[in-house]
Ligand binder design. Structure first.
Ligand code: ZN
Ligand code: ZN
Length: 365
């Protein structure tokens, strides 16, 4: 529980700085970050409440109290509510002063927030997004370790997928294999099939897998993630079934060079947009600029996509122990797409890749 206590202390420091009296988080990745409890949002109100002083309170349905471990019950004030109770009134009492400035987690359902606002008409409601993302953007040693393990499991899963081959299978069949393999290697598919974008389908960055059979001469873009002890993996590689054409090779090498240029641009103190620019310049110089249609990358941690976003206009500076993806791509409509995605650890000296799967052009037999 020690690192959770440390997180509560740090949240309270930011609350003091921002003059926030209370923070109120619904079941979400923020909630997981401060409790270690995996929860799902439901119609029964559940919340983590932290005031500017003292230990936090957990409000939850009474029948769920029994499922909590002894650690959490000893350190957090747990307040169960019966089916006939008003949990919003309970929350209002815990928040205390009527005109409190309350920061609410960004995943709070509107229906709950409206009920809370009815009970606390004088309170000032602000978003907890800034407080929580400030906390979560930089990872501690344990988080870095889990993220490394998650990327390593994703690499294992991709190697196992390649052994089964793509030719003659549909995108959906390959995705089904990928799901089974992730479970085998110990990576939770977290309800996502991943993207298997074959031939022209690869030109859509967020393609929905189809029944298109994969054949010789196709490029195949494979992008997937997974969960490992609460932390996410994310990897993309693009393969070619049979010998690659000259144009595919050119595009591939360009994306590979952009991935490398962005990686070289990552270190503490540079802006997020400068990393996007470093990758984008390579693609633009090769004449493919208009086919790189998305940001260069995103933060990754408990959520697959979280702050900081490596995108034009984001002046936020990278700091040691942030973790981001480096995923440039070129998407040629109706032809093929290429993306290469790694997870990068921003270190005090610069950056290290957490993804070790080869980035070289790989022609499958
Ligand atoms: Zn991805
Ligand atoms: Zn990604």
């Amino acid at each position: 529980m020690d690192y959770f206590k440390d997180r509560w202390r740090r949240v309270q420091q930011i609350m003091h700085r921002d003059e926030v009296d209370a923070i109120l988080l619904p079941p979400s990745s923020d909630f997981y970050y401060v409790t270690g409890l995996p929860t799902k949002p439901s119609e029964r109100f559940t919340a983590f409440i932290l005031l500017s002083e003292g230990a936090p309170t957990l409000i939850l349905p009474q029948f769920e109290l029994a499922g909590l471990g002894p650690d959490i019950r000893q350190t957090v004030s747990c307040r169960g509510w019966e089916e006939t109770d008003d949990p919003f009134l309970l929350a209002a009492r815990i928040l205390g002063k009527a005109n409190a400035r309350v920061a609410v987690g960004s995943q709070m359902w509107t229906t709950f927030l409206l009920s809370l606002q009815e009970r606390l008409v004088e309170a000032h409601w602000v978003s907890a997004a800034d407080v929580m993302s400030t906390m979560r953007m930089t990872k501690d040693d344990r988080e870095i370790h889990l993220l490394m393990e998650a990327q390593s499991l994703a690499g294992d899963a991709l190697s196992a997928l390649l052994e089964r081959g793509f030719e003659g299978k549909t995108e959906r069949q390959v995705a089904a294999h990928l799901t089974a393999i992730r479970l085998e290697v110990g990576l939770d598919p977290v309800g996502s099939a991943g993207i298997i974008g074959s031939g022209p389908n690869g030109a859509s960055p967020h393609h929905m897998n189809s029944d298109r059979p994969i054949k010789k001469g196709d490029a195949v873009l494979v992008d997937f993630g997974g969960g490992h002890q609460g932390y996410r993996a994310d990897i993309t590689r693009t393969f070619h079934v049979g010998p690659a054409t000259g144009e595919f090779t050119d595009v591939y090498r360009c994306v590979q060079a952009a991935n490398e240029a962005a990686f070289s641009g990552i270190r503490p103190g540079v802006t997020c947009e400068s990393v996007d620019r470093a990758g984008r310049e390579v693609i633009t110089a090769a004449g493919y600029g208009k086919y790189f249609t998305h940001r260069l990358g995103h933060g990754i941690g408990i959520d697959g996509h979280e702050e900081p976003y490596l995108v034009q206009g984001n002046k936020l500076m990278l700091q040691t122990n942030m973790t981001v993806t480096d995923e440039p791509g070129i998407y040629l409509p109706a032809r093929f797409g290429v993306r290469i995605e790694d997870v990068i650890h921003v270190t005090s000296k610069g950056a290290e890749r957490m993804t070790h799967f080869s980035r070289e052009l790989h022609e499958l037999d």
